[in-house]
Design a protein around this ligand. Structure first.
Ligand code: SF4
Length: 449
């Protein structure tokens, strides 16, 4: 039996971080590493990296099953791939998984897709392959039936060797080359705009640190991106992680997600983690106004945000701040936000216009205000405006975003700081990637949509 696992390339319309990062397809590697049929031939094709068209790989491998996964922005791309695959090989069965399929499985309904994994992706994938096409398998999406998601992760390590030929292409900004690892699932918090927490139905569970350490021992890359929704949650777990890194003499650099309130209440944990390789933290700052943070149910404050940035900078840990731009922003708000970012010395920010993603608590509330059709999935990338700005035109709002990015990243002292830290070539490469994002934004600004 031949199984082809395909990571789709984003649609050209999607404004994306793909210009400044390409990460390994961890979920497909997990599937490949946990296929129970020992006779199955499995290949992973990364269409982000590949130059040849999809048809070439289908004709070459003639798969019995194709598995694909993606985010909301990939829905139409995946449906298009499914159509093209069936055109070449009508009896190939197509299985879809990933975070969007687990939260909004109905979005993938179409004639060419045979199975949508709504729950327990790895187990369900195996059952589908064993089941010979039966639709009565637990975990598969069936309208009107809710699948129960397991709150444990009893699986083997991802088959990273399946993407050996691509691995030198995987990086995250200055973290290059970079591998991914997942140590926990879900998040204990409940921010109103957040999609991540919906994937596990609001539950949070972790792998043991011993299993994480065992996995790390087999990863050659020096840079590790821990893709937990919130790695900085349990002080005890982080300290155990640091202790065991030392015990096993693992010397890696880590990029993690963390909340500002944890960082500012656990300075000593950040210091210890930094001594054991913490290099950067992606912090969901979300806003520079307390009323916004309250509205998002973030359960942090501006004081937390500011203190957390100060602590990370004190220990020379890079801060990647994510900020939500609300639709009531005025020109003055953009200026105030710039002053706030500048005052804190932030260099890396990801500015996301408020996007009520399907599956989140705020989707219904904003539905009447959408200016982008929910079926234009490729535009739901947290960069397009899906809601109408209240105090300026759409074109002007895009202009304000570009201007803000430009003012932050083009500050001579920021550029100089980065060149000294990462070298000219790395900064140039990142600037080139960022300019692609800027060009996409400029088109939006000119078109006014
Ligand atoms: S935004 Fe972050 S902290 Fe909030 S629920 Fe989502 S993952 Fe958790």
């Amino acid at each position: 039996m031949k199984v082809l696992l395909i990571r789709p390339k984003p649609d050209p319309e999607t404004i994306g971080l793909q210009h400044v990062m390409i990460c390994e397809p961890l979920e497909l590697e997990y599937i490949a590493g946990n296929i129970e049929d020992s006779g199955a031939e499995i290949e992973i094709i990364d269409m982000i990296v590949e130059k040849k068209p999809l048809e070439y790989f289908i004709q070459k491998h003639r798969p019995d099953f194709v598995g694909m996964s993606g985010y909301i922005t990939h829905v139409n791309v995946i449906k298009d791939y499914a159509r093209r695959i069936k055109r070449i090989q009508g009896d190939c069965r197509i299985i879809i998984g990933g975070v969007h399929a687990e939260v909004v499985p109905q979005d993938f309904l179409c004639d060419e897709i045979d199975f949508i994994c709504e729950a327990n992706g790895i187990k369900t994938f195996n059952e589908i392959i064993k089941g010979g096409g039966s639709k009565e398998i637990e975990g598969i999406y069936r309208p009107g039936k809710k699948n129960v998601k397991e709150m444990e992760f009893p699986y083997g390590f991802p088959a990273r060797h399946k993407v050996a030929k691509y691995r030198h292409r995987y990086y995250y900004m200055f973290h290059n080359p970079c591998a991914l690892i997942k140590t926990s699932f879900g998040c204990p918090y409940s921010c109103s705009f957040c999609f991540c927490k919906e994937v596990t139905d609001g539950k949070y569970f972790t792998r043991t640190i011993d299993s994480v350490i065992e996995e790390l021992k087999g990863i050659p890359e020096p840079e590790i991106y821990i893709v937990d929704d919130d790695f900085l949650f349990s002080k005890e777990r982080i300290l155990e992680f640091c202790r065991k890194l030392k015990e096993h003499q693992i010397h890696k650099k880590f990029l993690v997600y963390g909340r500002a309130d944890f960082i500012c209440r656990h300075e000593e944990v950040i210091r210890t983690f930094q001594e054991h390789g913490l290099r950067a933290v992606i912090v969901g700052l979300e806003s520079f106004k307390n009323e916004d943070l309250d509205r998002y149910n973030k359960r942090t404050s501006i004081a937390d945000n500011e203190k957390a940035i100060g602590i990370l900078k004190k220990y020379d840990v890079e801060v990647y701040g994510t900020l939500i731009l609300d639709m009531d922003f005025s020109k003055e708000d953009f200026k105030s936000l710039y002053r706030w970012i500048k005052g804190l010395g932030l260099i890396f920010v990801n500015l996301q216009p408020l996007t009520p993603l399907k599956g989140t608590a705020i989707y219904q509330q904003y539905q009447k205000d959408f200016i982008i059709d929910p079926l234009e999935y490729e535009k739901w990338d947290l960069a397009h405006l899906v809601l109408k700005p209240q105090k300026m035109s759409v074109g002007r709002y895009y202009y304000e975003i570009i201007k803000l990015y430009y003012k932050i990243t083009m500050r001579p002292q920021n550029i100089w700081k980065l060149i000294r830290k990462y070298g000219f070539m790395e900064v140039w490469k990142l600037s080139w990637g960022s300019s692609a994002v800027t060009r996409q934004y400029l088109q939006k600004m000119i078109r006014g949509r």
